[in-house]
Design a binder for this molecule. Sequence first.
Ligand code: ASP
Ligand code: MG
Length: 419
Amino acid sequence: MARIVMKFGGTSMAGMERIRNVAARVKHVVSQGNEVAVVVSAMAGETDRLVGFCREASALYDSAEYDVVVAAGEQITSGLLAMTLKAMGVDARSWLGWQLPIHTIESHAKARVESIETDALLTAMASGQVAVIPGFQGMMEDGRVSTLGRGGSDTSAVAVAAAIGADRCDIYTDVDGVYTTDPRIVARARKLDMVTYEEMLELASVGAKVLQTRSVGLAMKEGVRVQVLSSFDDPTQDDLPGTLIVSEEELEESKMERQLITGIAHDKNEAKIILTRVPDRPGAVASIFSPLAEASINVDMIIQNDSKDKEETDVTFTVPRADLARSVDLLESLKDQIGFYRIITDVEVAKISVVGVGMRSHAGVAATMFKTLADRGINIEAISTSEIKVSVLIDEDETELAVRVLHTAYGLDADAPAA
Ligand code: ASP
Ligand code: MG
């Protein structure tokens, strides 16, 4: 017997037919003798609809009331799933965020889980009752409803799994796992059996959007084993082939044959900014990046060359595209203080990253990447690296080509095209 958290996303909960399919899966996992808690999202599109109502009600809506409204989507699906389970002969009840409660801190609409009271939950589960918990919602210190930020029900599921010491947190979604790259670009992308938390964080944050990034960070911190599965497979199959997200130790113990590189991600959400002729003196770079940080603009890649004459140098960096206009306005307003000559921007860029814990112990990963791109005439505009990732910035039009040739170069292509 195991204690398992099962989480179902919006597409899996969209409509009664799909909810019945979810219930059938839950029933099957219960019938295998497991203790089960289920965390659900609102039906696909529902949260957007509710957010729309808030905007219509008032442009400057109150964020505490916003939480009351948007948390409703998950309240509905949790009730419907509990009902459906009971109709199938499975004991179940819903536990709303404020009923457990799931204590949250910080601000409405972007709350963080602080702790979860589990006594009632564990008693119910031990008696064979399935606990159905709406994702995304919790309760503030003052007793009011809170929500965790968009996509937050993944984080709810991981937080519940950590609190009840679950053996695994199964995230059922509309893809059947984590792939070596975007299967829409590379037909020979392969599904990964296992990936480490660190790799998943890098893959998620650079564009492989399977899980909310925050939930992966929480799983890593709390040591929750997460599995990504498709909710559209046969619900009565015993072992669905998903992707397990685990620690590096567990991955090593599994002795799974691994490629040096685990995956290749692409991200078209960045924009490039070049500040020309920035004075080369202490404090110059701080005068650029401190104001951006204060404006909560997330700078990603940064390049600054040493200047030959120790007088001035260009500084290149990337920011989220959505923040480009704001960044430029801010920097223009500080032009005299920073002392640069000109701002050049480019939104037609893409960041391509190769990710893998294997590169910790191997040289030459970056060189292979540069050579592979050079052979195809793809120009590299910026580079950044971490212990397990090498990223380059290229022309947006060359994204697909770059991903494809790198996938082949690192030996990631499957033998036969993915079905
Ligand atoms: N329903 C919420 C959203 O769409 C939370 C979630 O589904 O993860 O953001
Ligand atoms: Mg989601």
